[in-house]
Ligand binder design. Sequence first.
Ligand SMILES: *[C@@H]1O[C@H](CO)[C@@H](O)[C@H](O)[C@H]1NC(C)=O
Length: 473
Amino acid sequence: MAKMALSLALGLLELALLSAVLSAQKIGTHVAEQHPEMPLWTCSALGDCTKETLTVVMDSNWRWIHDGQYTNCFKDGAWDAMLCPDPDTCSSNCHLEGASTQEYASTYGVHVVSDGLMLDFVTATQYGENYGSRLYMMEDAATYKMFHLKNREFTFTADSSQLHCGMNGAVYFVEMQADGGLAKSSGKNEAGAAYGTGYCDAQCPHDLKFIEGEANIIDWNSTSNPPVGHYGACCAEMDIWEANSRATAYTPHPCDITGLERCEGVACGDKNERYDGVCDKDGCDFNSWRLGDREFFGNDGTFRVNSAKPVTLVTQFITHDGTDSGDLVDIRRFYVQDGKVIQNSEASMAGVSGDSVTDQLCADLKSASGDTNDFKRKGGLKVMGEALDRGMVLVFSLWDDSVSDMLWLDSDFPATANPTDPGVSRGPCDTTSGKPKFLRATYPEASVTFSQVKVGAIGSTESADRRLGELSV
Ligand SMILES: *[C@@H]1O[C@H](CO)[C@@H](O)[C@H](O)[C@H]1NC(C)=O
């Protein structure tokens, strides 16, 4: 039970007046879409990196959807019955609206900062409040950037200092289509990646308003939090960084499928069918606290990684033979802060050892904590590596968790379990700390910053050789 739905928690901005609607996920014409810039460094060796200025796009679920004029297709968690009597009519009546870069900031709280992005937790507008965001890196105006991470490393700098217990500033990869599902939607999706369509992840989220261009209105439950539809969208997910100022984890989630699968019933793995679905919802999480080191990551200088300051993290995808075609066998991590390299923590839970994600560590962790090893059943690292090989889309998000209050990341989970039992305690946060209503009212000014995103050959994006003090100034 390591993690619950990504994407489920965020409030969706229902703009009563702002803009238009898409048909078959058509494109609204009130506001021209402008993607905020974000640089990416691609490295072949240490000191040999090329900087490109790419962009990011806001996910479609946050956007205003309307009839082409000013009538909402979706408002207060519910679909308009006239515009959306059935999925196809709904898709063809409803338009997805663009946003200017100014609106990315003023409506969604997405700000361009030096070499990166700052995401705000709560943004108040005249139309209501926006909660968090989810953005995808683009290759060009209509295509997501595809990352192929096997035998590569991925590096960025996170400032999670302003994120409280219950919040999650996340950087991860999912196996979305590069065009946002445009080609596979047989004309139902005209918006595509340019408007942030085609999301999926290993939790098979049901809160997506459109899946493969089709409106998810069947059995739509507007009183559920978040509102959910009949279908879910599953795909492999590699979580690089799920964190607030108190806890962090990195977690592969392999799936039995290739690319996005629209699921229903058992395939979605909902509730008591959790381990019968197509994706490994729990994943194999490397959370230093959970694995026994409670002095590793925290929000002051007593911790080896001090979340009160920005930290650079390097994640390496090691293959068995050191080639791009080899099997993924290890996901390694080190940190750099104040010019010093900080090695990852060593697991010290009884029966578990190691400082990285291997199939062995995962098996030992599941066994020690009494969890089902669904990670192994879904193929473990080898199958995760196959998704990395096919190509995955880079996601930046800030969210809270209306399903389980983020307790799986930073507190005792399940909350009713004995916190001294192996694997139950994942961080120092109280089991009552992560309620979205409380967080949104109490910490509206919270934000996270992600910057200096780099990808390249193992050893190319950061030196792992710096020793304590060597580079301090
Ligand atoms: C909708 O969701 C709520 C809250 O989870 C639940 O109590 C209710 O039974 C659901 N309604 C239907 C029709 O499934």
